[in-house]
Design a protein around this ligand. Structure first.
Ligand code: GTP
Ligand code: MG
Ligand code: ZN
Length: 215
């Protein structure tokens, strides 16, 4: 059965940390998972603000679903995305992963957090991963997982990191030196693409931070 990742971030509460989103995406690409992004809590910011924050990810080819577990926006689109697949729902704590699954299938009644408790202390409401069978499609399974605070890159070789930034892939073979890490090397096609505005400076910044093992 096809397996995919759904990376959930909130448009606000908590504020989206896009360098963290990039880290989630690298790990999903490393695991060869088809990946979609859900931007939840658009009721808090309004759709236009949420779109402005995440448009970059649509531009580089990710499907982005804008949603609100509160108002029901995007829930039908999410249900369609999940149908007949195994989906791992992941993202930071408090973004509304369990709330979205409850909205998709109300009788699940997953425990959801009290927003106030997320501020500062970072309490995790969902404590273990649950594989849930959904009552639509022939074979629809969803794993609700605890929010992730820190994400290590484990076994990713720095020399391969560029392959997991999907918009860098077309440039990787044009660097002058084999084994180019797209950091300081001369005649680097990735840096040229950043300078030409073909790769966003923010994503390249995420790349460099991950390459250097910075937070
Ligand atoms: N305004 C608004 N609040 C939401 C929305 N979705 C979830 N919330 C609130 O956000 C808080 C966290 O929701 P959860 O569903 O527990 O978040 P989670 O991502 O499952 O968190 P963990 O289980 O700790 O990883 C709760 O207080 C929800 O009521 C939304 O679309 N809009
Ligand atoms: Mg949860
Ligand atoms: Zn390079």
């Amino acid at each position: 059965m096809p397996t995919q990742a759904l990376v959930v971030f909130a448009a606000a509460q908590p504020e989206p940390h896009l360098r963290m989103l990039d880290r989630f995406l690298v790990i999903a690409e490393r695991n060869e998972l088809a990946t979609a992004i859900c931007v939840n809590k658009v009721d808090v910011t309004g759709l236009a603000h949420a779109q402005a924050l995440f448009a970059l990810y649509e531009a580089i080819g990710y499907r982005v679903i804008y949603a609100s577990a509160e108002t029901g926006q995007g829930i039908d689109a999410l249900r369609d995305l999940l149908r007949d697949r195994i989906t791992v729902v992941t993202g930071p704590s408090g973004v509304g992963k369990s709330s979205l699954l409850n909205a998709i299938h109300p009788t699940l009644q997953l425990e959801t957090g009290d927003l106030r408790s997320f501020e500062g202390k970072g309490k995790h409401t969902t404590r273990t991963a649950h594989l849930l069978s959904m009552p639509f499609g022939e074979n629809t399974f969803v794993a609700d997982t605890p929010g992730i605070r820190e994400l290590g890159l484990y076994d990713i070789d720095p020399a391969d990191l560029g392959f997991y930034f999907i918009e860098m892939k077309p440039f990787l073979h044009n660097c002058r030196y084999p084994g180019c890490t797209h950091d300081h090397e001369p005649e680097c096609a990735v840096r040229a693409a950043v300078e030409a505005g073909q790769i966003s400076a923010e994503r390249y910044d995420s790349y460099l931070r991950l390459l250097r093992g910075e937070e």
